[in-house]
Ligand binder design. Structure first.
Ligand code: FAD
Ligand code: NAP
Length: 532
């Protein structure tokens, strides 16, 4: 196939890719979008499992770059379900005429930089070759599905599904014996619905996870009207929050350690009733101090004991450790589901899933037989989608080599040695620890600004300086050590993928990160270097 030449190639057509394409086209650049999926939407295209919905409220979890768009779109629920979020992404693609610029069902397999031409050569699984000046990876932090390499998996005669690669037309579990591996957010959302349909559901739990009730409900017209009456101001205030959402949410700023037992109980109960992530805002120090955190964890464990009738099952479902260290889950009747006669919990913390057989799987020496097995086993998060491509920068150095001991970036946006390559919500940016739609908009706008600067300066390429990158990685690391986040085996640390380096990947705190981006811009993009 003949090589096609563009100013910019954007890989991925989720929320990040769509907005990036829109902005670069607006600058008059020739842009090509490449997307593995058959349509737009990214996360919301792939994750069609029952119960899939956002856990950041929809009024926040949506674009803000266009006021007409945010005014006209109607979210029907507090936390909208996957079909509605996908319909929104499709609406955006139509409204801003983005589809003609995107080639679907096309996976990027490699991207190599040429130092002489300052351009990238991008190859795909369809045999295309693209020659581009700028290469923007909008490939997602949670888009590389992780299926553990269980021996014998291929021999299993039943159906298997991964929550992050769910069939387009859904799955009917009626009358079937189903096994599900994992108890993270995807499992916690899907288990109540699969249990209601299947003949029998067995959940294999390696680590119990903390979950709080989402208290999803239809959108409240008065609350929507209030936000929409001054949406830009609401968004501005949201960006000042640590996780870039919920500026009007109540927050306890005082210490749980100073409260009496009765005050603690009352406050936790009040925030439990509010639903969702607000629970961790009940006091100001829950994510800063292990003793403070233990009070919140105890409260949730007491709730689990109230909700789950069988004391042994309740005990197994009660997480040990720090609440919020692994990403908090928000559910609808998750714990109550274990009161159903057709739902069984198998603890695989000590006796792991060993292997698959033709009829099912073996754990702790016992064979469990199934018609269907669901892998709710998560993702090779933050780095997986990048490292699954063969990306090579200056001197042919591969990203896999560069990141062998963990990801290195400047601001989560660029990588020293890889000029003109941008990562959106990459490791080293708030990404998965903040409202991600806001994060992708921030990155799209920043990348747009860096490219505009380069063009104004008549430069050929821009690259992160190695010293700026080193300092930034250090900053991200030191910052995480001030919190409780690094103290558990979470995917934020890469702990869910065997052999992955243990490095805390996201930058904690959206407002400080924004301030840093603003400072860098004010100092003529300090830390970025132009090449002429
Ligand atoms: P994605 O939506 O992941 O899109 C990346 C795209 O890149 C994908 O379509 C993928 O196919 C494509 N791609 C990757 N590699 C290649 C390649 N080599 N070639 C071609 N195409 C490629 N975040 C929140 O803030 N709030 C939430 O409530 C929330 N809920 C979530 C629920 C689920 C089930 C999951 C999995 C994640 C959730 N997230 C949430 C995180 C979510 O991923 C982001 O909010 C957001 O959708 C990311 O958008 P993106 O465009 O950066 O990445
Ligand atoms: P996850 O949080 O990584 O959970 C994966 C689960 O699979 C964990 O319980 C894990 O156990 C288990 N597991 C992995 N390998 C296993 C093995 N070999 N044997 C047994 N168990 C194994 O993945 P996820 O649930 O897909 O969620 C990922 C992220 O996507 C979330 O944290 C969130 O950011 C986002 N998400 C959000 C929502 C939402 O509510 N909006 C919904 C879904 C996903 P261990 O804990 O022991 O590793």
């Amino acid at each position: 196939m003949a090589t096609q030449r563009f100013d910019a190639v954007v890989v991925g057509a989720g929320f990040a890719g769509l907005y990036m394409i829109h902005l670069l086209r607006g600058e008059g650049l020739s842009v090509k979008g490449l997307e593995r999926a058959g349509g737009v939407g990214g996360t919301w295209y792939w994750n069609r499992y029952p119960g899939c919905r956002c856990d950041v409220e929809s009024l926040d979890y949506s674009y803000q770059f266009s006021d007409p768009l945010q005014q006209e779109w109607v979210w029907t629920e507090r936390y909208s379900a996957q079909p509605e979020i996908l319909a929104y992404a499709e609406h955006v693609a139509t409204r801003f005429e983005l589809r003609p610029l995107i080639q679907f069902e096309t996976r990027v397999t490699s991207a190599h930089y040429d130092e002489h031409t300052h351009r990238w050569t991008v190859a795909t699984d369809k045999g295309d070759v693209f020659d581009t000046r700028f290469l923007i990876m909008a490939t997602g932090c949670l888009s590389a599905a992780n299926t553990p390499a269980f021996p014998g998996l291929r021999d299993f005669k039943g159906r298997t599904f991964h929550t992050g690669l769910w069939p387009q037309n859904g799955v009917d579990f009626t009358g079937r014996r189903v096994g599900i591996i994992g108890t993270g957010s995807s499992a916690i959302q899907s288990i109540p619905l699969i249990a209601a349909q299947a003949a029998d559901l067995t959940v294999f739990q390696r680590t119990a996870n903390f979950s709080v009730p989402a208290r999803n409900r239809p959108s409240d017209p008065a609350a929507v009207a209030r936000v929409k009456s001054n949406y830009p101001d609401y968004r501005r205030r949201a960006r000042q929050q640590a996780a870039a959402f919920g500026p009007d949410n109540p927050r306890g700023l005082d210490s749980v350690l100073a409260a009496t037992p009765a005050q603690r109980q009352r406050r936790f109960e009040e925030y439990w009733q509010l639903g969702g992530f607000m629970f961790l805002g009940a006091f100001g120090d829950l994510m800063l101090n292990e003793a403070a955190n233990a009070y919140a964890a105890d409260f949730v464990r007491s709730k689990i004991r109230e909700m789950v009738k069988d004391p042994q099952t309740a005990e197994l479902l009660s997480p040990k450790g720090i609440i919020g260290c692994k990403r908090l889950c928000a559910d609808t009747h998750y714990y109550e589901t274990y009161n159903r006669a057709n739902v069984h919990l198998v603890d695989v913390s000590q006796h792991p899933v060993e292997r698959f057989t033709t009829r099912g799987l073996v754990a702790g020496g016992v064979e469990y037989t199934f018609d269907d097995v669901v892998f709710a086993t998560g993702f090779d998060a933050m780095t997986g989608s990048l490292l699954r491509m063969d990306i090579r920068g200056k001197n042919g150095v591969s990203l896999n080599e560069k990141w062998a001991a963990g990801p290195l970036t400047y601001l989560g946006l660029m990588i020293a040695g890889f000029p003109n390559l941008f990562t959106m919500t990459g490791p080293g940016s708030p990404s998965v620890l903040a409202n991600m739609v806001t994060g992708v908009e921030q990155h799209a706008e920043y990348i747009h600004d860096v490219i505009t600067w380069l063009r104004k300066e008549n430069a050929n390429a821009v690259e992160a300086r190695i010293d700026a990158e080193r300092d930034w990685v250090q900053t991200v690391n030191v910052r995480s050590q001030l919190t409780l986040y690094p103290r558990c085996n979470s995917w934020y640390l890469g702990a869910n993928v065997p052999g992955k380096p243990r490095v805390f990947m996201p930058y904690i705190g959206f407002p400080d990160y924004t301030a840093k981006l603003d400072d860098v811009r004010a100092e003529h993009f300090a830390g970025f270097e132009l090449q002429r």
